[in-house]
Design a protein around this ligand. Structure first.
Ligand code: GRG
Length: 314
């Protein structure tokens, strides 16, 4: 009988497989040739969109869609398409976040940011193109044959990525930095930081986890369990990111570090100190893993994902 690899090894294999398949899917979706209804795909736009979304990134969000889908017996190709749509939103957010008007970063995923490799106007259009493509993908019958199911996915992703989700979280972040009228940093308390992070980073990760349950037609109680997992994982991810900004090696992280303190950013690390932030991180991992206990061995890889998020080095 073949020995099953341990959960950590199995996780690594599955994450790599999901990343490779996502890469292939994105490359197909960003082909030079038009799809029905389009007129022409400008060469520079496609080149820049491919630059921003191919060859790099852990592909954690598509992986979470695939793995949560696996628990509910979702056909892999459907989960892959939904994961690719989500990755488009994630890549657009990184491109726009790196722009001079936002974080003004030169390095992303170990390479020049999109506006550095191309130009600012192209980088703005790359983000616009990826955001629009995400919803094009979700509207395709290949994402799910049932139109109501596709509408549910569109709605859930729009809410996660939009005003009351990622975009809103970015707005709160800029306001807290003192970018607007006051021109002074606006200190946030724990609740403020927690809400900002749940929106800016957590919402997409949470969607990634619930998408599998939506695609698989899971009942309300299973959906809530997966949603609790996603919420805890999202918060853990951001605390790990904040710790990496303080402790990480830029050559490993693939971007500049030390930017949060320089921008007076309120994070759990700045509010609580590194040790307390790390304790909070570990308790979130335990909370995320406990949320999946009812699924038994079927959720082993997702439980590993919570550990990975806390221990990652990039
Ligand atoms: C500009 C609309 C708009 C939103 C920006 C997500 C975001 C909001 C900004 C990104 C800034 C940032 C670095 C946030 C920390 C969390 C995060 C999203 C890290 C990068 O995600 P990973 O580690 O990246 O999954 P890879 O490269 O692996 O895909």
């Amino acid at each position: 009988m073949r020995n099953r690899p341990d959960p950590a090894a199995e996780f690594d294999i599955r994450l790599k497989e999901a990343a490779a398949e996502t890469e292939t899917m994105l490359a197909q979706l960003l082909a030079a040739e038009c799809v029905a209804g389009e007129i022409v795909r400008p060469k520079r736009l496609i080149e820049a969109m491919r630059y921003a979304s191919l060859a790099g990134g852990k592909r954690l969000r598509p992986f979470l869609v695939i793995e949560s889908g696996r628990m509910f017996k979702v056909p892999r190709r459907r989960a892959l398409l939904v994961g690719a749509a989500l990755e488009c939103i994630h890549c657009y957010s990184l491109v726009h976040d790196d722009l001079p008007a936002m974080d003004n970063d030169d390095l992303r995923r170990g390479r020049p940011t999109s506006h550095r490799a191309f130009d600012e106007a192209t980088a703005i259009l790359v983000g616009d193109g990826l955001l629009t493509l995400a919803f094009d993908i979700l509207a395709r019958p290949a994402a799910h044959p049932d139109a109501q199911m596709r509408i549910d996915l569109v709605m859930a992703l729009a809410r996660a990525a939009g005003i009351g989700g990622m975009v809103g979280g970015q707005m709160l972040d800029l306001a807290a930095e003192g970018r607007f009228e006051t021109r002074r940093p606006q200190p946030l308390d724990e609740l403020g930081v927690s809400r900002l992070q749940a929106m800016k980073t957590g919402a997409l990760l949470r969607f990634a986890c619930t998408a599998g349950a939506i695609l698989g037609g899971a009942d309300a109680s299973a959906r809530r369990a997966v949603d609790r997992f996603g919420a805890a994982l999202g918060e853990a991810f951001q605390i790990a990111d904040d710790l990496l900004d303080v402790e990480g090696d830029p050559s490993m992280v693939g971007k500049q570090t030390g930017k949060d303190a320089a921008a007076n950013k309120a994070t759990f690390v700045s509010l609580l100190g590194r040790d307390e932030a790390r304790k909070r991180l570990h308790s979130l991992v335990a909370r995320a893993q406990a949320a999946l206990s009812r699924f038994g061995p079927a959720a082993a890889t997702l439980r590993e994902a919570a550990r990975f998020v806390a221990e990652r080095r990039n």
